[in-house]
Structures are given as structure tokens and as C-alpha cells.
Design a protein around this ligand. Structure first.
Ligand SMILES: Nc1ncnc2c1ncn2[C@@H]1O[C@H](COP(=O)(O)OP(=O)(O)O)[C@@H](O)[C@H]1O
Ligand SMILES: [Mg+2]
Length: 250
């Protein structure tokens, strides 16, 4: 049995009349890559928004390390170590790559509040060292002093990942990290994801089935808000319901 880091239990999320998440029970094992797949509108991003506390479940519960976190504020959840790498850019264009990551090293203490950071930081030496290590890891060390706005698309995506890593996540949520990338950038990002997975539990939303099948330990398949199937890549590949609903008989 795997150690479970995050677990949802009968989670439902309604937006008015729409049931975006319908009675979903799933677990995220520690130290693994779990991918969430499913067609557009299946509820994947909504699940992330429930994990991070942006949304509260209409019913059901969410546990992190066995402790209930549904109903907690996003900043409390960040402090516990659940960090999301944003699909929509979430950094300061006018600051350098290094400064962006340095600010983010404080995220977990402050719950991401930049004004909190500006109030609370005492010494910037330690964040600076951490920030340089993170830049090394996300392959941006050579553009540390470049303005974030001057980075290439792929570099900006890596900066987003770096900002998330700077918060020392225990659980890192990545929503379509390779979206919009060409083959070369995609390969680099997949390498980076596999590197991160050596010391961080990952949940990945990813459309590219080759990537999903190659790097996932576990896959959860969402369809119209419900959990259609879960299992190893092999199990998902051979699941007829999944093939019918999603893979188009691939
Ligand atoms: N904040 C929101 N308010 C209303 N409806 C939402 C909101 N967020 C998502 N939805 C709806 O919930 C459903 C699932 O959306 P989403 O989780 O973004 O799907 P996915 O990420 O799988 O493409 C969609 O029908 C979407 O329109
Ligand atoms: Mg989405």
C-alpha cells in the first residue's frame, strides 16, 4: 500500500445548477506522479481549485496527511505545503527571473501574500541562495538577471514552475505544464517534471497522452465531473470505459 498524502472523500462541487465535481473519491499517493486526465470541462481544474482551497466543496471532505483541509483558507493550505504551479502567469514582469523566485521562497511562510512578505522578511541572504538553486533546477540560471517579461514562452513556463518550487512544496499541482509548447520545450519540461518527482509528490493535469502514459504512476480519469476510472497507465490504457469515453478507441 502506498502512503496517501491527499485524499478526497465523496467530494461534490456545484456551481449553481451545474455539478462540476460529482461525488469524487480519490487518493494521491506520496512520492508518486498522479495524472488527472479527461476532456475539457471534465472538472480537472476544479479539483485543483478544491485542493488549494480556492473553492470549498459543496459536500464531502478533503484530507491532507490525514487532516481535513476543506474549508481552510488558501493561505493556510499553502503553508501546509500544497502549492500550485499556475497555468496563467503569476509573476512580476518587471522583476528579474531571480527576484521573482526569491520572492516566492517566502510564499509558504506568508501564504503567498506579497505584502506579507514585504513586511516580514528580515534577511534576504537565505532566500537568495534557495532562489539560485531553484533557477539551476528549472534551467534558468543563465537568465537569472533577465526581466521576466523578456523570457521566451518556455522559459516563462519554467519560471512558473520555479516559483512553485521555491515554496518547497510537499505536493505540487501542475495544470497543463506543457500546454502551448513545441516538441523541444515539451521534452525539457517532461525531464524537469521527472526530476521534480524524485523528491516531490506531483499531481499533473496533462492532455498529451504520450506524456501521461510515460511518466505517471497513477492516472485518474475524469468525465463530466465524475471519476470514470483510476489505475496504473497500463490499467487505464486497457480500460474499455476510458477508451469509449475519452481515448476514442485509441
Ligand atoms: N468558477 C466557476 N464558476 C462556474 N462554473 C465553473 C467555474 N469553474 C469551472 N466551472 C465549470 O465547471 C466545469 C468543469 O470545469 P473545469 O474544472 O475547468 O474543467 P477542466 O479543467 O477539466 O477542463 C465546466 O463546466 C466549467 O464551465
Ligand atoms: Mg482545466
Amino acid at each position: 500500500m502506498d502512503d496517501v498524502l491527499l485524499r478526497t472523500h465523496d467530494v461534490t462541487k456545484k456551481f449553481g445548477l451545474l455539478t462540476a465535481i460529482d461525488d469524487v473519491t480519490l487518493s494521491v499517493p506520496a512520492g508518486k506522479i498522479t495524472s488527472i486526465i479527461g476532456p475539457n470541462g471534465a472538472g480537472k481544474t476544479t479539483l485543483f481549485n478544491l485542493f488549494t482551497g480556492k473553492f470549498k466543496p459543496t459536500s464531502g471532505r478533503i484530507e491532507f496527511r490525514g487532516e481535513r483541509i476543506d474549508g481552510q483558507d488558501p493561505h493556510e493550505i499553502v503553508r501546509k505545503g500544497i502549492i500550485r504551479s499556475f497555468q496563467i502567469t503569476n509573476f512580476f514582469d518587471d522583476l528579474s527571473t531571480l527576484e521573482n523566485v526569491r520572492l516566492a521562497t517566502q510564499m509558504r511562510h506568508t501564504g503567498f501574500g506579497i505584502s506579507d512578505f514585504l513586511r516580514h522578511h528580515e534577511s534576504l541572504d537565505e532566500p537568495l541562495t534557495t532562489a539560485r538553486q531553484v533557477l539551476e533546477r528549472v534551467q534558468l540560471a543563465d537568465v537569472a538577471d533577465r526581466r521576466a517579461s523578456d523570457l521566451s514562452y518556455g522559459q516563462r513556463r519554467h519560471l512558473e514552475i520555479g516559483i512553485a518550487l521555491a515554496a518547497a512544496p510537499d505536493l505540487l499541482l501542475m495544470d497543463e505544464p506543457t500546454a502551448g509548447m513545441g516538441p523541444e520545450e515539451t521534452n525539457e519540461t517532461v525531464d524537469l517534471i521527472e526530476d521534480i518527482a524524485t523528491d516531490t509528490t506531483l499531481v499533473l493535469i496533462e492532455h498529451d497522452m504520450n506524456i501521461v502514459m510515460n511518466i505517471s504512476d497513477h492516472i485518474a480519469v475524469m468525465n463530466e465531473g465524475t471519476l470514470l476510472s483510476k489505475g496504473s497507465p497500463e490499467e487505464i490504457r486497457n480500460d474499455e470505459r476510458v477508451q469509449r469515453a475519452y481515448l476514442g478507441g485509441e
